[in-house]
Design a protein around this ligand. Structure first.
Ligand code: HGY
Ligand code: MN
Ligand code: MN
Length: 382
């Protein structure tokens, strides 16, 4: 992350932007406006990613923000532009996503600072180890002069490729719940324990996982993923005493998502009761679906057309920092087509032509917002 900050700082330094790393580890660079004390528009995305990832998820949105500053060729707008590179969006290390953007909306609270990673290192300690001061986190918060937040991001799915659209305006971001469930059984010898006398935690978890998949297949628009599973003691010839897994479940309707979570937790209770097992669950996150700012969505759509692309609006199944930033400032996203619909994998890619169109779209958008009286009426929500 430090090397990443240094690389981006080099790019923006020559453009006259003021760089700082805030107390949540976010990269912040302000490109001044034509006048002093001007309001500011934030453009950015996250710099962290997932294990064995591609090289565009998150970082592309920060690189595109820098590309827009370069395209301005020294021209100053009526508003400043703040490039933001969020420190932690994916939730991989601490199983709690959006740590960086939550700092900007004042929600990086003590509870979150106390969350520990698999080695027992807390968020607070990780911030200190990075050389930052957690007591200064409040200084990372958005100021009241923030006009809005824009995020360029790869779609990470197959929709735009199927429609042969390079770009899209995101209308809303699906809500998501992330839970941890641990199934408890009883360890025993794999060779001597008859099948009818077993309390097999992995077998119970496996039965539940098949129900998770079946429910998501049956409910339109619902996606559910068990992405991690750990067994204890974790030996070939030992019946598992524990199976710890995570559930990621999403839908554009909060009601459908929450109902699905309740249903699956009931199913886990039923399965474990029937097998003489027990189960403990904890909710890691419950993030409501978030609509993007309708004024900005409209402006983005116009800019997409001016960039020579057919307009398209869509839902984002992936979560993004924009859903957190929307709590405080009007926020919106521009999606770039993802060839093969592949993401969170080294095969993730973008077409250079689409990136070029995204930069053209971004420049039209800046031009539109600079001349839009309505844009300045947008205010930061306290
Ligand atoms: O998991 C997601 O929705 C995104 O990649 N953070
Ligand atoms: Mn991601
Ligand atoms: Mn992302």
């Amino acid at each position: 992350m430090r090397e990443c900050h240094q690389a981006i700082a080099q790019w923006v330094d020559s453009l006259g932007a003021q760089v700082r790393i805030d107390a949540a580890g976010n990269f912040r660079a302000v490109y001044p406006a034509a006048v002093s004390n001007a309001p500011r528009l934030l453009i950015g995305s996250h710099l962290d990613t997932v294990p064995n990832a591609g090289v565009y998820d998150g970082i592309l949105g920060v690189v595109l923000a820098v590309a827009l500053l370069e395209e301005l060729r020294g021209c100053r707008l009526p508003f400043a532009i703040e490039v933001v590179g969020f420190s932690e969006e994916e939730g991989v290390r601490f199983r709690a996503p959006f740590i960086g953007s939550r700092a900007l909306v004042g929600r990086l609270d003590q509870e979150l600072l106390d969350v520990r990673d698999s080695r027992g290192v807390s968020v607070r300690r990780a911030i200190e180890e990075f050389g930052l001061n957690p007591r200064e986190i409040s200084q990372a918060e958005l100021q009241s002069n923030a006009l809005g937040y824009l995020e360029f991001h790869i779609e990470q799915g197959p929709v735009l490729e199927k429609l042969n659209r390079p770009l899209a305006a995101v209308e809303a971001i699906a809500g998501q719940s992330r839970l941890s469930l641990t199934f408890f059984g009883r360890a025993n010898h794999a060779g001597t324990t008859p099948m009818r006398l077993r309390y097999d935690a992995i077998a119970g978890a496996a039965q539940w996982i098949s129900i998770v998949e079946r429910l998501a297949q049956e409910v339109s628009g619902l996606v559910a993923t068990v992405g991690t599973i750990e067994a204890k003691p974790g030996a070939t010839n030992v019946i598992a005493a524990e199976a710890r897994l995570t559930l990621d479940i999403r839908h554009s309707s909060d009601e459908i998502r929450e109902h699905a979570v309740e249903d699956l937790l009931r199913q886990a209770q039923r399965i474990t009761a029937g097998r003489g097992l027990s189960v403990r669950e904890s909710t890691l996150m419950s993030q409501p679906a978030v609509a993007m700012d309708s004024f900005l969505v409209q402006e983005i759509e116009q800019a997409i057309v001016k960039a020579g692309c057919p307009p398209h609006r869509m839902l984002s199944g992936a979560g993004h920092d924009a859903m957190i930033m929307a709590e405080k400032v009007p926020s919106a996203m521009i999606f770039l087509r993802t060839p093969g619909g592949i993401s969170h994998d080294p095969a993730e890619s973008v077409a250079e032509d689409d990136v070029e169109k995204a930069i053209a779209c971004g420049m039209h958008l800046l031009d539109q917002l600079a001349c839009s009286p309505d844009f300045y009426k947008r205010t930061h929500r306290a």
